[in-house]
Design a protein around this ligand. Structure first.
Ligand code: FCB
Length: 455
């Protein structure tokens, strides 16, 4: 699959190319400099919760290695770095006193990025809720909505003048569904009614945070990041079609409809019955507060059948180490559908990448499959651009191999290999390819030359 560069390339000169990480997955320093515990710190202690029994205590030790990690980011030639702030690092109990040392860390990070010519893209909630807030119900408690708005305003007051964009939540579907319905992610709750209430509170806190940030004069562009996939029936059977429609409702329309149409989808509400969330007057108007961008995370399509649980892959194509089908066409299909069905602002792919079983041999990782995966998905974004979809950026998940949630350190998504014993970083072939691709991209834009190079 070719990733296009040159004058025929659909990517404009100011297209934002980036790499992404999140706080809990890379920082470590779990109890240092006044950081409070998060629900993921607690969840990692539950026997059997994490595949390899690991935790985020050290992770990539990024809290101490941030400066050389920023050098690494700059060496790739990306224009942006997407990272998240750990709420319990800057406000240990989620409310009350702020932790200056935590805030200082993120200020150093932001200033360090700017010094290196890389735009900071900040995410406020990449899942690591302060454990103290979980003790009073976490996201199922409407009070948490207001604590989140306070947190957003405090962070923005400190560094909102220097970050290009602020994302409220990363993947509310994952927090609600995996965290509160299947219980496979923190905080490990298993109740559909709770999950739906959580999803509503996440959306409400997003809308209210946008309003509060704008009211305080925040100059960053504001939006949310959703994990979205085309959801397809595994067969032509009517029952599979009905299931696919419902799962599309629960994973795509449940978030897109209130954000862009001010209402939850009627078919999903009917299906949920008594498990539907409690919604107060004006909540939906707040949720639909206009955004400056929509972030989309895309990894694969979903194929569902009435007989199987959600997310069953049943095609015959290549799969990644997560068991996720490699299906770049799905990204074009998804972006075209969002563009067609909703009044979306400019969109970004905020995460895209793949886990494979890498082997570090003589200082090299020949991760051909990951390179092809990334090149193929960049081409898929290019297709969407050619069809008139307003796309402003693409970010690879992830910069570093890191703590992959319930999979622990067993799944490697980085374009940089991390040896978790020595903390040594090694640029994989995919990282070298991305760096060269970006270089060709820049050269083509400044020289007007015709280049088209594949993976
Ligand atoms: C996404 C998460 C990210 C990472 C990738 C593989 O759902 O946002 O943190 O785990 O999946």
């Amino acid at each position: 699959m070719l990733a296009p560069t040159g004058p025929n390339s659909p990517f404009p000169k100011d297209f934002v190319w980036g790499v992404a990480t999140s706080a809990f997955q890379i920082e470590g320093a779990a109890a240092e400099d006044g950081k409070g515990p998060s629900i993921w710190d607690d969840f990692c202690r539950v026997p059997g919760a994490i595949a390899d029994g690991s935790n985020g205590d050290v992770a990539c030790d990024h809290y101490h290695r941030w400066s050389s990690d920023l050098d690494l980011i700059a060496s790739l030639g990306v224009s942006a770095y997407r990272f998240s702030v750990s709420w319990p690092r800057v406000r240990p109990t989620g409310a009350g006193a702020w932790n200056e040392r935590g805030l200082d860390f993120y200020e150093r990070l932001v200033d360090g990025l700017l010094e290196r010519g890389v735009k900071p893209y900040l995410t406020l909630n990449h899942w690591d809720l302060p454990a103290a807030l979980q003790a009073s119900g976490g996201w199922s408690n409407r009070e948490t909505v207001h604590r989140f708005v306070d947190y957003a305003c405090g962070v923005a007051e400190r560094m909102g003048d220097r970050v290009s964009a602020i994302t409220t939540h990363n993947e509310p579907w994952v927090i609600a569904t995996l965290g509160h319905e299947t219980g496979s992610f923190a905080p490990g709750i298993r109740s559909r009614a709770v999950a739906m209430q959580v999803s509503h509170h996440l959306l409400l806190s997003h809308g209210l945070a946008l309003q509060a940030l704008r009211a305080q004069g925040c100059s960053s562009r504001l939006g949310i990041v959703l994990n979205l996939s085309p959801v397809l029936p595994a067969s032509g059977a009517p029952a599979d079609h009905a299931k696919a429609r419902l799962e599309d409702g629960r994973s795509v329309r449940w978030y897109m409809d209130p954000l862009f149409r001010g209402a939850y989808p009627a078919d999903v509400l009917e299906h949920l019955g008594a498990d539907a969330p409690k919604v107060e007057a004006l909540d939906l108007a707040h949720i639909a507060t206009p955004m400056d961008f929509l972030g989309v995370n895309y990894y694969t399509r979903a194929m569902v059948s009435a007989a199987e649980p959600w997310d069953v892959y049943s095609g015959g194509r290549e799969v990644t180490d997560m068991g996720w089908e490699v299906y770049p066409e799905g990204l074009t299909q998804l972006l075209l559908r969002l563009h067609r069905d909703y009044p979306v602002p400019p969109m970004y792919v905020k995460e895209n990448g793949a886990a494979f079983k890498d082997r570090l041999v003589d200082g090299h990782v020949h991760d051909v499959q990951r390179t092809q995966y990334i090149a193929g998905h960049i081409a898929a974004v290019g297709e969407a651009l050619k069809h008139g979809v307003r796309m402003e950026g693409y970010m690879v998940w992830s910069l570093l191999d890191n703590f992959e949630w319930a999979s622990g350190y067993e799944k490697r998504f980085g374009i940089v290999h991390v040896d978790f014993t020595t903390q040594r970083r090694t640029l994989k072939d995919s990282g070298l390819w991305y760096r060269d691709f970006l270089q060709r991209q820049r050269a083509a834009h400044s020289l007007g030359s015709t280049v088209a190079t594949g993976a």
